[in-house]
Design a protein around this ligand. Sequence first.
Ligand code: COA
Length: 340
Amino acid sequence: MNTTSPQARALSGIGVKIAGTGMYVPPGVITNGDLEALMDTSDEWIVQRTGISKRHRALPGQSLRHLAVEAGRAALGDAGLSIQDVDLLILATVGAETTCPATACRVVDDLGGGNAGALDLVAACSGFVYSMNLAHNMIRCGSMKRVLVIGAEHLTQFCEYTTRGRGTAILFGDAAAGAVFEACSDPSRGILAQAMHSDGSGWKDLYLPYQERDFPEDAEDRDMIGVLHMNGRAVFKFAVKTFCDLIDDTLKKASIPADDVDMFVCHQSNVRILDAARERFGIPAEKLYVNIERYGNTSAASVPICLDELRKAGRVRDGQKVMFVAFGGGLTWASSLWQL
Ligand code: COA
C-alpha cells in the first residue's frame, strides 16, 4: 500500500488534477433478449445474478484503436487540449491490437501525432486505476506535466455467443473512456492513498489463451482459443473479499472514515459485488455509482466511464474526495483515493 503523505505533497509543491474526461460507447447493442436467442440463458437469470441488461458491441470494422481514439478525443476536447499538449499516453487494455508496436503509439498518431510517450498497460479490469496511479505519480514528482490515460476494451471479440461461452458472454461489453491528468499549483490536490497489487497464483481464474500452450494443464475446452475463460465463482469470492479489504486499507492509510468520501467509483463487474461493499461500509446508494445495467463489464473502460458520467452530471467535482477501486484478471487489484 502506498500513500502520498502530506509532507511529500508539500515538498513536491505540485498538485495533480483531472483536467478533462471523455468516453466512447460503440453503437452496437446486445440485449439479454438477444442472448436468450443465442444460448441457454434468460433475462431474469442475468439480471438477478449480475445486474446487467445490455452491453455494447463495436461495429464490424471498428477496432480497439478506433474506440480508444474516440475516447481520447473526447477527453482532450473536454480539457481544451490537443494531443501535442500531452507528455504521455497510457492505454490500459487487455486487447492491444499488436504488441509491437504498442497500440498506444498508433492512438497518439490517430489523435493528431506529435511525440508524446506512449505505452500499453495490461492489468485487466484494474488497468485504469493502475494507470491513473502511475500518471499521478509521474506528474507529482515533476517529470511530466500532462498524462492522458485511456481504458479501452473490445471484449466481445473474445466471447463465444453459444451456451458453452455463456459464463463470459453475458458479462462483457465494448467501450472506451479516458481522463487527462495535469499538474497544478495546489499540492493538496491529487492522491491521498493508493494501492496496486497482484496474485499470479490466481491466473487460471480469468485468462485469455491465444495458443495451446496458454491453457492450464487441467483445462477443458482447449479448442476455445481466443475466448475469455473464467471461473466465475472463484472470481466472485475473490472480488467480494478484495473489494472490501482494499477500501478498508485505503481509508486507513488516508486516516479518514468512509463517510468522508464523497463518491466511490468502482469497477462494474457484478452488482452483487458492489452491493456487498456498500453494505459492509454503510455507504448510501447515491455515493457508490452503478451503471452496469447499461454497459456490462467493460474491464479497463468501466472506471473511466463512471468518472465521465459522474463529472458530466456534476456529481463528481473539484474539492471532493473520490475513491477509485478495481479488481480483475491477474489476479490484480488497485485503489486510488483522490482529493480533487
Ligand atoms: N444463464 C443461465 N444459467 C447459467 C448461466 C447463464 N449465463 N451461467 C451459469 N448458469 C447456471 C449454472 O449452470 C448453474 O446451474 P446448476 O445450479 O444447475 O449447476 C447455476 O446457473 C449457477 O451457476 P454459477 O456459476 O454458480 O452462478 P453464479 O451465481 O456464480 O453466477 C457469475 C455466475 C459469472 C454471474 C458470477 O459468478 C460472477 O459474477 N462472478 C464474478 C465474475 C466477474 O466479476 N468477472 C470479472 C472480473 S473483473
